[in-house]
Write a protein that binds this ligand. Structure first.
Ligand code: SF4
Ligand code: SF4
Ligand code: FES
Length: 256
């Protein structure tokens, strides 16, 4: 007697083959990981994967994004152990084994799942005087700083920061000392120190010279290695170390 035909077999086989080809995704949700399988697609980004999970498998998954084109800085996550912007990170470049482990950015409180609270990060920008100070009587007309002038080139070096927090998550000194201002706030302060129009330099240099400021940086370059905009906060911080040192010497010389 011949065995009855199993008409479902080809469909089951196809399902198994698709699962084997699928991307295996592990997402940290609180203290545990949750597993998902997501179809692999050409040019798929990590953010595409998270969005597909949330829209098609699990609407309770929390994460953050806005622009999807590398401008807003809101999509940072830890991807297979490294902090990254996820809208510009292709799955093919980071999940060669077909496994993607996603966690929230380090060094920031978790709101839910992959979304972190950026408030402590921006509070440090305020503490570092990372905002333009026009002075008591700013000129009414626009100040002209020529694009190819030395001062403009100095200010340009770190100006393209998108506040993504990737460098902040990559910095071990922030982990050891949560008070440390961190690479992004210090990079911003250095950009403003180089802004010839700014009138708040003395207070800014004071703000970044304290115990939790630029002199706490160990110069181990992790921020610079991870910055998706190829900025170099380490060199900005080195600039602040020189500038705060010079300001301290000037104060000493002025003393009677
Ligand atoms: S260079 Fe300084 S700011 Fe950058 S990661 Fe290292 S300690 Fe942190
Ligand atoms: S310095 Fe780079 S990594 Fe840090 S917040 Fe700005 S863009 Fe993001
Ligand atoms: S979503 Fe805006 S930078 Fe990634």
């Amino acid at each position: 007697m011949t065995a009855p035909l199993d008409h479902a077999a080809p469909r089951r086989e196809a399902t198994v083959r698709r699962d084997a080809e699928a991307l295996q995704v592990r997402v940290r949700r609180g203290s545990a990981f949750q597993a998902y399988a997501v179809a692999r697609r050409a040019n798929q980004t990590v953010l595409d994967v998270v969005t597909e999970i949330q829209r098609e498998q699990d609407p309770t998954l929390a994460y953050r994004f806005a622009c999807r084109v590398g401008m807003c800085g809101s999509c940072g996550m830890t991807v297979n152990g490294r902090p990254r912007w996820t809208c510009r990170t292709r799955v093919a470049a980071v999940a060669e084994e077909g496994v993607l482990t996603l966690e929230p950015l380090r060094n920031l409180p978790v709101v839910k799942d992959l979304a972190v609270d950026m408030e402590p990060f921006f509070e440090k920008w305020r503490r570092a005087h990372g905002y333009f100070e026009p002075g008591e009587a700013p000129p009414e007309d626009f100040a002209a700083v020529l694009p190819d002038s030395g001062p403009r080139r100095e200010a340009d070096a770190g100006i393209e920061c998108i506040n993504c927090g990737v460098c902040y998550a990559a910095c071990d000194v922030v982990s050891w000392n949560p008070d440390y201002l961190g690479p992004a706030a210090l990079n911003r302060a250095w950009t403003l120190v180089n802004d010839v129009r700014d009138q708040g330099q003395a207070a800014r240099l004071d703000a970044v010279a304290g115990d939790a400021g630029c002199h706490s940086c160990h110069s181990h370059m992790s921020c610079t290695e991870h910055c998706p905009k190829a900025l170099a906060p380490t060199f900005a911080i080195a600039g602040l170390k020189r500038a705060t040192g010079k300001a301290a010497l000037r104060r000493l010389w002025r003393k009677p």
